[in-house]
Design a protein around this ligand. Structure first.
Ligand code: CP3
Length: 341
């Protein structure tokens, strides 16, 4: 931990702060010309694996936007590789896992002793936290077991998660074995990130919203709670984020995460009420609003701040990551608006 007294870390602990901290998911990405320039020279995975470049990309985005936290540049799927599942990014298609996991035998072959091979991410965190010191907190992150399992099983993105749910329903022991293995690897991976200087860990459960409450509670909540309980032992606050999660929020809060990340589909105050106003919430402007005129962006951002009503524990963010082609000036203006509000 390098910036424990920062606005952002205090807000994550639901402590009173002078103003609402703001950062953005995917703040370093294709919408930014500086990032596209680096991408001309290196692939996404090359950037992730070169600590100096990953640190530079992380720092450039945070400084350009003047946000209140820097999220380390990495990808959610990196742990798949060290567990024995190579993947690549196909142009226009997103991630592709070469040999998806489909059976109990496939699950039993996955390694759980390779988290140390992700040391390049921690090395990048060391460089970023040395650069910023106490000036700006660094966010480490990992995938939640459900979302990572879905990529392993589907072999990429999915619409209906048929293969994932099929494993859950028809071979629950193999499913749980897979979840347990993911918890082992991601716990160690995130632990290393905190040791390297990460102030907060965000757990991305991006696709959890495809589940009913009943299935979430039965097949996902216990292992996710195990992960978050492990992570909280580091002393770094945990932000647990999912999309399409309005019906799941109360259950997600049972994991013990200090902060729940909200997507844009639910009014911020309603989402906060769903978790009993316990702890913090992060969010939740629709990332597509950044394509609108400034007046519209401003009024919707103001509405979110009004719904937060000055309660301690609000961290301003989008409801999901910044999209390619988002106007950079709007992102900058939004950060400034929140900070001056
Ligand atoms: O937020 C940040 O600035 C940190 C960087 C970051 C990346 N991926 C870099 C990246 C983070 C936090 C992630 C997390 C991630 N990766 C998630 C969870 C967050 C979410 O969006 O729900 C997921 C599901 C992934 C897997 C992944 N990586 C997908 C689905 C894609 C999109 C593929 C595509 O072609 O658009 C990626 C690629 C990726 N990871 C990009 C970035 C900046 C896209 C830009 C590029 O290809 O250079």
């Amino acid at each position: 931990m390098s910036a424990p007294e920062s606005l952002f870390v205090k807000a994550c602990k639901a402590q009173t702060v002078d103003r609402t901290p703001v950062w953005f998911m995917r703040q370093a990405g294709r919408y930014m010309p500086e990032y596209r320039k680096v991408r001309k020279e290196y692939s996404l995975l090359e950037i992730c694996k070169k600590p100096k470049i990953a640190a530079e990309v992380t720092i450039t985005a945070a400084e350009l936007l003047r946000v209140d936290a820097a999220i380390i540049f990495a990808d959610l799927l990196l742990p798949l590789e060290v567990m024995g599942l190579p993947f690549h990014f196909a142009a226009g298609e997103g991630p592709v896992v070469q040999r998806p996991v489909r059976t109990a035998a496939d699950v039993s072959k996955l390694h759980t002793d390779g988290a140390a091979d992700l040391g390049y991410v921690s090395e990048a965190i060391v460089l970023v936290s040395q650069h910023f010191g106490a000036r700006l907190p660094v966010i480490g992150f990992c995938g939640a077991p459900f979302t990572l399992a879905s990529y392993m099983i589907e072999g990429g993105g999915s619409r209906n998660y048929v293969q994932t749910k099929k494993m859950m329903y028809s071979t629950p022991a193999a499913w749980d074995d897979l979840m347990a293995k993911l918890v082992r690897v991601t716990s160690e991976y995130a632990f290393e990130q905190v040791r390297a200087g990460a102030d907060v860990i965000q757990v991305f459960d991006s696709w959890v919203g495809c589940l009913s409450v009943e299935d979430y509670r039965k097949y996902v909540l216990p292992r996710t709670t195990e992960l978050i309980t492990n992570l909280r032992k580091t002393g770094a606050p945990v932000i647990y984020f999912g999309t399409d999660s309005a019906t799941l929020l109360a259950s997600m809060k049972e994991t013990g995460a200090e902060v729940i990340g909200l997507d844009w589909r639910i009014p911020l105050d309603e989402g906060w009420r769903s978790v009993g106003f316990k702890g913090g919430v992060q969010g939740n402007l629709d990332p597509v609003l950044l394509f609108a005129e400034w007046q519209e962006i401003e009024s919707r951002a103001e509405d979110i701040l009004r719904r937060a009503a000055g309660r301690p524990g609000h961290i301003f963010n989008l409801g999901h990551g910044i999209l390619p082609e988002t106007p950079v000036e709007s992102v900058k203006a939004l950060a400034k608006f929140v900070q001056e509000h």
